[in-house]
Design a protein around this ligand. Sequence first.
Ligand code: ATP
Ligand code: MG
Length: 343
Amino acid sequence: MTVSLEQLRRCHIAVDLGAARTRVFVKGQGVVVDEPSVAAVNTRTGGLIAVGAFAQQMTGRTPEYIRVVRPVSGGTVVDVDMAQRMLRHLLGDKLRRALRRKPRLRAAACTPHESDPLARRATVETLVGLGARRVELVDTLIAAAVGCGLPVERPEATMIMACGAATTQIAVLSLGAIVTAQRLPVGGDAIDHAIVSHLRHRHDLLLPAQSVRPLQLAVDAADPRTGTTEIHGRDAATGLARSVTVDTAALREAISAPFTTILDGIGRVLRTCPPDLVADLAEGGLTAVGGSALLPGLDRMLKEATGMPIRIAENPGMCAVQGLGAMLEGRVGPMTLSPLPAR
Ligand SMILES: Nc1ncnc2c1ncn2[C@@H]1O[C@H](COP(=O)(O)OP(=O)(O)OP(=O)(O)O)[C@@H](O)[C@H]1O
Ligand SMILES: [Mg+2]
């Protein structure tokens, strides 16, 4: 971690701008925003119509003059201006006024592991536009590891996997730093997409977004060989409502590609990790954070594939912002070692 805990302790606000959700922690108040990273814009006037959960509800249901946009994509801010406007609305007038009263507002934000300078700059610019005089960036993996209570500062290995909407990041940490890590461009969205396109291709069925989650549950619960499940959707050709019986084994096969990418990533992290640390991991196992860690059956699948103990963090989506918050409030021990006095 390049930024010191001392600098983080001077920050007033911590922000996690995710591809799916935006979360904001205010020192002394806790998490004040946890909303979808979505904004709805009137294309005629350019004005913002809605942000957060309400804007997300509009997705796919808007008349032609309303456009629903996502200013964060793949874990990085792709539209700085829109991200600023969205955050301003999510924070609300009262909170914004309170923050404006701070003459030297400092903000902390988490950024994906090994994000490029442009992506980091976009995050910094977004927060500067909100009035921050200084912005400290923290690796998401470290923030999330702190947030889920892993003993990151100890000289022993801890393994974390952050499964977001757009990316999955895996790391082994020791002594407050990342020893080895991988960032993969697959997340919950890739798995949802695999399910939707399987139904489109195999059954000519357009699946409504709200049916993806029940289908994931059904696939996890069904017998691996014989199970089937019924699902309602819209016929791709006629446009009429139709229900089909889906073979869960075929569906499981369809979503195996993103899972394989994740398992390959775990393998690469373990292969590049020093042997002493791998020995620690056999006991400590892997902790999964991020919203997609709630994917039904993920823990069982990981356990079968790796043989390691798997723990899904409590409230996994909130770990990164909670970790940043803990650093802001000085609730974590020093992570970098200070030099021994000369003798
Ligand atoms: N109960 C659940 N079951 C399955 N998936 C879930 C569940 N809850 C949330 N998700 C998935 O988690 C993802 C959102 O996770 P999270 O909030 O960590 O993303 P993010 O931080 O915005 O994304 P990123 O870190 O990639 O920028 C979405 O893809 C969503 O579909
Ligand atoms: Mg995230």
